[in-house]
Design a protein around this ligand. Sequence first.
Ligand SMILES: [Zn+2]
Ligand SMILES: [Zn+2]
Length: 310
Amino acid sequence: MPEIRKDFLTGQLVAISEERGERPIFYTRGETDTSREQCPFCPENRHMTPDDIYVSDNKRVRVFPNKYPALTDTPRAYGFHEVIIDTPVHSEKLKDFNAGDITTIFLAIQSRLDHHYKNPKIKYIQIIKNEGQNAGASIYHSHWQLFAMDFIPGMQETIRKNLYAYSQKANSCFLCDLINGKNTSKICEDEYFLAYSPYASTCPHMVNITSKSHIGSFRELDAAALTALSHIIKKVLSALDTIVCGLSYNICFQDMPYNEGHFFVQLIPRIGNLAGFELSTGCFINYVLPEKSSGMLKDIIAKANGKDYN
Ligand SMILES: [Zn+2]
Ligand SMILES: [Zn+2]
């Protein structure tokens, strides 16, 4: 039976309905692949984009200001909007990168976070990746985006308030309790991170990957933790791709404002589009029970065990 759930961290309401999963779905798997000649993110077309402001030692990752920024160095929408190209290869996708290549991206992101947080006006920085047309990507070539802003967005304020309220009531940390508890929908874990299906996942097969320790910002992760995060993201992306081949998805970093709590990453598969109900109410319909999704992903990862994820 359908069930309305409320996500503890975001306060978002979700209708969990397995029945909805029965209806025929025509997944949009097609991608609009621009040719290399037209691609502004291919190395030979650097003249199409602003100059690089960061290049990794191995030249694989580069960062430049977004040519069409959502935030700019002006009072009405103050901030910085940057593009992070994570591969020089036009058709290479994140799930196929080795873990070392993913760590190179993370080091680039940490460098940019360090740079922007030196600016006292910057209050929050959002890191995202849109992969695939259904996830809002407008350019086929793999990339990430950085948004540095002079305010703390509503979602992050809500997460902070809910974590604080829980700690006052339970005299413990919600995320520590979730990590150490027995009833979470755990998918996989290591010394540094836990991947799990959130209780009120807003869409099928959503995964959160949370730091096990009280590290509130991605900036604070050390080399060993970055390597661990690269491996776990690769594992989960590979498992998601087994469920839906060529999946569109968003990756959203959740830094904790004021560095309280645990940094986490959201992997949000984009199966189907948001429709009128979601847009009018802010209440999502999810036709896959999160605890079933975690079971599926866990099984896929267990079967792949022994396979080298690099
Ligand atoms: Zn390209
Ligand atoms: Zn905690």
